[in-house]
Write a protein that binds this ligand. Structure first.
Ligand code: ARG
Length: 372
């Protein structure tokens, strides 16, 4: 398997044939040419704090409390690494160029003048860290202290994309001072208005709270994305884009891509529990409600709900990568007119995401369009 790092003449030739900017991606469905796939090597269990309390599955509480700052279990990392290899292999055999970040030891401590963290986390989910809008890659101002330096593992790739003409931006680096976090955060009871564990002290967002449909970009406010962060991005992007804040009913909101997934123009995949009211601009679109996940209830999911069954990756308007054992959603997507490509990924799922989270689509063949 060829997993490319650094300069690669094959990749440069391929791009010359397509005549596209090296970074070019406006939506979730144009034909995929080049993608970054995360790595789990060196992954550390983030240290327990109020942000984890607000977002992580209740069942995993003691796992985090006992293992914060330590490496994830070796056999879980190995198994997830095998899933990623197979995923990369499938993408390559479908004609997609696969790039990988550097393996970094995330168990090392770090500090700023205001706080210190016993460890980082991982470089498994490039979707959380970077937002690609057209020819620009934007580094997100992430709200978790453990993720403060996560972008570093991708720097060799970012420098290469920049040298080859891509635009490279970082949102203002947040301070992540104690003032940002609501230490009095309590989970909302049934029917109670959701509150967030972060306030409006400074702009923060994770890129995975946004989802792109050409000129229209949808976002959810969450435990990592505040209104200040959304406003920063909106102003940064300017008039060419419309940013819509979606009402999502999630009791642990963090990352929109297990709730709301535009698959291609006219086809929307939705989590019925979380998005009871689909915005009226989608009224002419067909809606597929994600069927119940198949993943075994005992399978360790440290950092996500089982709804990552709907965290699929579109290779174009038809081909979609789906978890091999998630047969209910594979069948539903097929009936919806798509061509599912199965890939084993449950071991990777343990780390908090699936195919959409694990990737960053650097280049898709297509331009900026309005779909509404
Ligand atoms: N918070 C979502 C859930 O628990 C998982 C989203 C994962 N997405 C990501 N980009 N890491 O269902």
């Amino acid at each position: 398997m060829r997993v490319s790092k650094g300069r690669n003449p094959d990749i440069e030739n391929h791009r010359q044939e397509t005549l596209l900017p090296v970074v070019n991606s406006y939506n979730e469905w144009d034909p995929l040419e080049e993608v970054i796939v995360g790595v789990v090597d060196g992954a550390a269990v983030p240290v327990w704090d109020v942000c984890l309390e607000a977002t992580m599955p209740h069942k995993q509480r003691s796992f985090f409390q006992q293992n914060g700052g330590k490496p994830f279990p070796k056999e879980r990392i190995e198994a997830a690494r095998r899933d990623l290899e197979e995923f990369a292999h499938i993408l390559q055999s479908e004609g997609v160029i696969v790039r990988r970040p550097e393996a970094v030891d995330h168990c090392l401590p770090f500090a700023t003048p205001q706080w210190r963290s016993r460890s980082g986390m991982y470089a498994a989910m490039p979707r959380d860290v970077f937002l690609v809008i057209g020819d620009e890659i934007i580094e997100a101002p992430m709200a978790w202290r453990s993720r403060y330096f996560e972008a570093i593992a991708y720097r060799p790739l970012l420098k290469e994309y920049f040298r080859n003409g891509g635009r490279w931006t970082a949102a203002p680096k947040p301070q992540l001072a104690d003032e940002l976090y609501r230490d009095d955060y309590r989970e909302p009871g049934p029917g109670e208005k959701p509150e967030y564990v972060i306030n409006e002290f400074e702009p923060t967002f994770d890129a995975a709270d946004f989802i792109r449909c050409g000129r229209d970009i949808f976002v959810q406010q969450s435990h990592v994305t505040n209104r200040f962060g959304i406003q920063w991005l909106e102003r940064h992007l300017g008039d060419r884009f419309r940013v819509h804040v979606l009402e999502v009913n999630d009791d642990h909101p963090m990352h929109i891509d297990a709730s709301f997934m535009p698959l291609c123009p006219g086809k929307l995949l939705v989590n019925r529990e979380r998005v009871p009211n689909i915005p009226s601009m989608f009224k002419s679109w067909d809606v597929l409600y994600a069927p119940e996940p198949c993943i075994a209830p005992g399978h360790p999911l440290y950092m996500t709900s089982a709804w990552i069954n709907m965290n699929v990756l579109m290779l174009d308007q038809k081909r979609v990568i789906v978890e091999k054992n998630e047969t209910t959603i594979a069948r539903a997507l097929k009936e919806f007119g798509l061509t599912p490509i199965p890939c084993p990924f449950t071991n990777f799922n343990s780390f908090g995401g699936s195919f959409h989270c694990a990737t960053l689509d650097v280049r898709r063949r297509g331009g900026l369009e309005s779909y509404f």
